[in-house]
Design a protein around this ligand. Structure first.
Ligand SMILES: Cc1cc2nc3c(=O)[nH]c(=O)nc-3n(C[C@H](O)[C@H](O)[C@H](O)COP(=O)(O)O)c2cc1C
Length: 222
């Protein structure tokens, strides 16, 4: 599918066909997509836990489902992927990787110092976690679009991070992305048509022109 068409027609799927699995080659493409996205310092500190419905662990599942707020489409989804980031791990490698990017002339040496200042506050600094979660979400987005391009339905899903961490044995130094769970599967036959779902804001209501508060006028539509 053309990217523009994919973006315009994409909608969240909240009814999956629970009897159909995702083929391995499609899942491979979905899992590879986040690595095609940019990542600060080229570190890719995020990790994802992949849960396949066909291999569901009956002991673990109730706690996972509770942490995903018992949403019915989550129960139906053939695959769930839960993302977490590792700020300490990232900070350790960022310095090294920025050095490598300088050596490869992808970053000018005089810019490296400013870039490294983001880790001065230590790996527990809030801005680091917020930044890394944001970066991980770019990967979630790439995985979502790749899945939809393959004909699957996909929905970005919220979780209770602490409960999900406990259920999936995610260690304390990792931070579960609060909204970083992707539910995938074949849409159920009775999914409403895209135009029957969420209305979108007008494009130019979302932007300001040069400074906060100044309306932006344009011709993109919406
Ligand atoms: C970060 C994020 C978290 C979301 N969490 C949920 C969720 O837990 N449950 C749900 O039904 N939809 C969830 N959604 C889907 C949004 O409700 C949906 O994207 C929005 O209503 C727009 O509809 P559309 O995706 O069909 O265009 C989430 C979307 C995002 C981006």
């Amino acid at each position: 599918m053309e990217l523009a068409e994919l973006l315009i027609t994409r909608r969240s799927t909240r009814r999956f066909d629970p009897s159909r699995d995702v083929p391995d080659d499609v899942l491979d493409r979905v899992l590879a997509a986040p690595l095609a996205m940019p990542h600060a310092g080229n570190t890719y500190d995020w990790r994802g836990v992949v849960l396949r419905r066909s291999q569901r662990d009956g002991q673990r599942w109730p706690a996972v489902f509770d942490a995903l707020m018992r949403q019915s489409y989550v129960e139906e989804a053939a695959v769930l992927i839960a993302w977490a980031v590792q700020p300490g791990w990232w900070a350790d490698r960022y310095r090294e990787n920025v050095g490598e990017l300088v050596r490869r002339e992808l970053i000018e040496p005089e810019r490296a110092g400013d870039l490294l200042s983001v880790i001065e506050a230590g790996p527990d600094a809030r801005h680091l976690t917020v930044g890394l979660v944001g970066e991980a979400m770019m990967g979630v987005c790439a995985a979502m679009l790749t899945a939809i391009d393959a004909g699957l339905g996909a929905t970005v899903t919220a979780c209770k991070p602490k409960d999900l961490a406990t259920a999936l044995e995610i260690p304390g130094e990792a931070v579960v992305c609060q909204w970083g769970v992707l539910a995938l599967g074949w849409p159920a036959g009775d999914v409403p048509a895209p135009d029957a779902t969420a209305p979108k804001p007008a494009v130019y209501d979302q932007y300001f022109d040069g400074v906060w508060g100044e309306p932006l006028r344009g011709n993109v539509g919406g």
